[in-house]
Design a protein around this ligand. Structure first.
Ligand code: ATP
Ligand code: BTN
Length: 265
């Protein structure tokens, strides 16, 4: 299983990027790669620095929900960025990385991948991965951002907790065969770098992102800062906010950061 076994040397060996993953820290086991990447970013780690592991004892989703992955079953990683974005624009980074994940899956396998607002990767109606973007601010600007990616590669969904809000799947579960993690990782890091360059040039990926969202056109229920909204997801704006058409005809803008979303596709 040479192409499935992670180490810093093996990752660097096949990496075809300028900066994403060029500094790589691999841990056989860690609490959360996001925590470690944030720590390194605070110490000045360069843009593109990658923290990757085979096992997390404290993997996190949004709102401190836990991210669970049996050892060596997944890609579990975090990347440091220093984008010139205001805090309200940071979902642009999540969108870019979500598109990179979907693109890498489709380049490396025969599967089609979708995205679910605001941060999930889905295949055939089940959750195959998620993105957790966390930022450190300097005033209203982002000092650094850490994008954490969890992708179920060779994971048996039956081993996950039974009470997940949405059914889980993995690439292997969908394909009926294992997927080597290293080539998938190399492609993913390359796609992330490509998309980050576009982002840096000032372009939001929201139009392409909207095209991949399984959420649009669906009835949604969103609990945002105390209130519950019911409506139809109509679109997204350049910063990734969801545009929800309410029953009374009003269009409400819902920001990812404010929301505990359920029933979004
Ligand atoms: P939202 O759609 O608002 O992002 P969410 O519940 O899908 O909500 P998070 O808030 O980021 O996403 O929380 C992570 C969720 O993923 C938790 O609900 C958790 O139960 C679920 N989960 C944990 N590990 C896995 C996994 N390996 N595969 C799929 N889902 C998982
Ligand atoms: C989501 O649930 O949609 C986001 C999950 C993000 C999980 C990844 S795994 C690598 C990184 N480290 C963490 O603790 N979380 C992210």
């Amino acid at each position: 299983m040479g192409l499935n076994s992670l180490s810093a040397a093996a990752i660097l060996d096949g990496l075809d990027t300028q900066f994403v993953g060029r500094k790589v820290v691999y841990w056989p086991e860690i609490g959360s790669t996001n925590d470690e990447a944030r720590r390194l970013a605070g110490e000045g780690a360069p843009e593109g620095a990658l923290v990757i592991t085979d096992y997390q004892s404290k993997g996190r989703g949004r709102l401190d929900r836990s991210w669970v992955a049996p050892r060596a079953s997944s890609l579990l990683m975090s990347i440091v960025f220093r984008p010139e974005l205001a805090a309200h624009q940071v979902q642009r980074l999540t969108m870019s990385c979500g598109l990179a994940v979907a693109g890498a899956i489709e380049l490396q396998t025969s599967l089609s991948a979708g995205l679910k607002w605001p941060n999930d990767v889905v295949i055939g109606g089940a959750k195959a991965g998620g993105i957790l973007t966390e930022i450190e601010l300097e005033g209203a600007q982002v000092e650094f951002a850490v994008v954490g990616i969890g992708l179920n590669v060779n994971l048996d969904p039956a081993l996950l907790p039974a009470d997940l809000p949405m059914p889980a799947t993995s690439l292997c579960h969908e394909l009926g065969t294992d997927v080597a993690r290293l080539p998938l990782l190399w492609t993913l890091l390359q796609k992330i770098e490509e998309r980050y360059s576009v982002l840096k040039a000032g372009q939001s990926p929201h139009v392409e992102w909207a095209g991949r969202l399984v959420t649009l056109g669906k009835a949604v229920t969103v609990s945002a800062t105390g209130s519950v909204l019911n409506g139809t997801a109509e679109g997204v704006d350049a910063d990734g906010a969801l545009l929800v058409r309410l029953a009374d005809g009003r269009l409400e803008k819902v920001f990812a950061g404010d929301v505990s979303a359920r029933g979004l596709g």
